[in-house]
Ligand binder design. Structure first.
Ligand code: FAD
Length: 549
């Protein structure tokens, strides 16, 4: 084995699936030196994720790719539950509203998304992407990580990086080399997954056939595509179910004898597990390398995109000298519980979608029928309120602070806002990629431009005043962007306290405070971010901040 080349980089990402590609776009956008590698010649070609949520689309927006991604997305679809093919519809999930700026449930195709994310990397000079490259092994010490990578010609590349992020999927080489176990549930189920195109069925909801004899999921997609997923019986082999004849038989209850154009087919075994550790010193696990989710809630990839956004801004902060390395500890503590909550949701949905017996299937459909009679319960399901909302109670957020119904640690909503020229913008367009200080309400009660602590300029926090819908004129405030929430999305949520909120780059609320609490909030945040000292702008124009080593 000959080592031909050696590369130094800040971050080495192993795996160019949705998690790695999202992280690479975030780091590239911030100008961080990054190398992303994948053993495959290109992005995925197998049938994989078909449902992308509002939080992931918000992350696509943060990397400037939402318009491109949305070209291959059919926004806003629900789920109809049937007793069997041709049977009775006994339950519906049809979420409306765009709390985070996008519909909650959207149809897409993973190969198309990955193609867009890969093309997005070409925008960044600090980023190198290499396919046909396999990670063989790595070692680390207190200064960095050394990885050995084999290229398509069999030559060995040595990469020295400050951090390695393993986005290398469920069979993660990195996780195995670190000796990290996957823990959780013993759940495992085999599904045949078939993608078709040229589909002219106009029905625009997911259909789930909760038939104990053969649970089937049918998911419409963009560009006249459709996904069929069949739960397999233990005695059915991959070869049997992937044969042309058997595929036609399985599709017949849904498509009759009409020709079906099959574009991809495969058999998957799904698990419900989470890695017992997500970090060992300079090496992080993200995406399927850290958690394996059954597909019932359509959340495996979405959880990986959340990991990428959470870890991405923290790595950028540390590598740019804005935060101490200790801030990286929060990655696992913030992400692990939420990822597990979504795995549990998927397991619960699985009991509905794939009931173990005919009797259980009947009990479930009867229970749903009763739920439909009670409006609050019906809305709970219809609006997908059962999906665990992201909310941090530990990590890089203050534990105290509320504005109306919103608390620290929650994701901030994304309303469509109007500027002084009457143009509309989603909130995050005004924020950009970094931190933001937001005030919603009456600017005469306390002024956003009077916040003086050095931390705000150290973090390059944009200042955004959002006026409620009833305000007639839009004031001009030095150093602040002024916008108006004419649709009133924030009104019921934030009340009229006019408090200040610090939003992190991943749009979570890190702090909520008023003018009198500014110093205390800033000092608590500094401690969390590992910043030793910050002087006040009132006494010193250039804030001086030093970081722990
Ligand atoms: C049938 C099906 C349906 C699904 N539906 C949904 C859904 O609707 N919504 C949803 O959110 N999720 C869904 N998922 C889950 C989703 O596809 C995965 O969670 C997602 O692909 C994980 O992304 P990742 O980037 O973490 O890992 P992966 O996509 O697995 O990517 C890992 C990459 O690492 C590379 N790699 C591995 N080892 C090495 C090495 N040593 N060197 C170099 N490269 C390496 C691999 O080649 C691969 O490209 C579904 C999955 C399946 C199978």
């Amino acid at each position: 084995m000959t080592t031909l080349n050696s590369i130094n980089t800040d971050v080495l990402i192993i795996g160019a699936g949705p998690t790695g590609l999202t992280l690479a776009n975030l780091l590239g956008q911030a100008g961080v030196d990054t190398l992303i590698i994948d053993r495959k010649p290109g992005t995925v070609t197998e049938p994989r994720a078909v449902s992308i949520d509002d939080e992931s689309l918000r992350t696509m927006q943060a990397i400037g790719l939402h318009q491109a991604v949305l070209r291959d997305v059919v926004p806003g679809y629900g789920v109809h539950y049937f007793t069997r093919p041709g049977g009775r519809c006994f339950g519906k999930v049809e979420p409306t509203g765009k709390l985070y700026g996008f519909p909650k449930r959207n149809a897409f195709r993973q190969p198309l998304l990955e193609g867009t994310l890969k093309a997005g990397l070409e925008r960044f000079a600090s980023l190198t992407a290499r396919f046909n490259h396999v990670l063989l092994e790595f070692s680390q010490d207190h200064q960095g990580v050394r990885a050995l990578i084999r290229d398509a010609e069999g030559q060995i590349l040595e990469v020295n990086a400050a951090y390695l992020v393993a986005c290398d999927g469920g069979r993660s080489t990195v996780r195995k080399q670190l000796g990290i176990e996957m823990v959780g549930s013993s759940f495992s189920s085999r599904w045949l997954v078939v993608d078709t195109d040229r589909d002219d069925d106009p029905f625009w909801q997911t259909r789930v056939y909760c038939d104990a004899r053969r649970p089937v999921v049918e998911v419409p997609g963009p560009h006249h595509t459709r996904r069929f997923e069949f739960l397999l019986k233990p005695d059915e082999t991959d070869e049997q179910v992937l044969s042309e004849t058997r595929l036609r038989e399985l599709l017949r209850p849904f498509r009759g004898n009409a020709p079906v154009s099959i574009v991809r087919k495969t058999v998957y075994t799904f698990h419900a597990r989470v890695a017992e550790r997500w970090r060992v010193d300079r090496v992080f696990l993200a995406g399927d390398a850290a958690h394996l989710t059954p597909p019932y809630a359509g959340q495996g990839m979405n959880s990986g995109v959340r990991d990428a956004h959470n870890l991405g801004w923290k790595l950028i902060g540390v590598l740019k000298g804005k935060m101490a390395e200790s801030a990286l500890r929060s990655y696992e503590s913030e992400r692990r519980d939420h990822a597990w909550a979504l795995i549990k949701l998927a397991l619960n949905l699985g009991m509905v979608m794939a009931p173990a017996t005919v009797l259980r299937a009947r009990l479930i459909s009867t229970a749903f029928a009763l739920v439909g009679l009670l409006p609050p319960l019906r809305d709970y399901f219809l609006q997908m309120r059962f999906k665990p909302k992201p909310r941090f109670t530990k990590g890089l957020v203050l534990t105290e602070g509320e504005a109306g119904k919103l608390s620290c640690g929650q994701m901030f909503p994304q309303p469509m806002l109007t500027d002084s020229h009457g143009h509309e913008h989603l909130l995050d367009e005004a924020i950009g990629a970094g931190f933001a200080l937001i005030q919603y309400g009456d600017p005469t009660r306390q002024r956003l431009d009077e916040l003086q602590h050095g931390l705000w300029s150290h973090l390059d926090a944009k200042r955004i005043l959002i006026l409620p819908e009833h305000v007639k004129s839009m004031p001009s405030i030095p150093g602040c962007t002024v916008l108006q929430d004419r649709a009133g999305l924030l009104k019921g949520m934030l009340g009229d306290s006019s408090k200040f909120l610090l939003l992190r780059p991943d749009r979570y609320v890190a702090a909520i405070f008023d003018k009198a609490g500014e110093t205390s909030a800033a000092e608590s945040l500094q401690a969390l971010l590992g910043i030793v000292s910050a002087r006040n702008h009132a006494t010193e124009h250039h804030a001086s901040l030093s970081l722990t080593p």
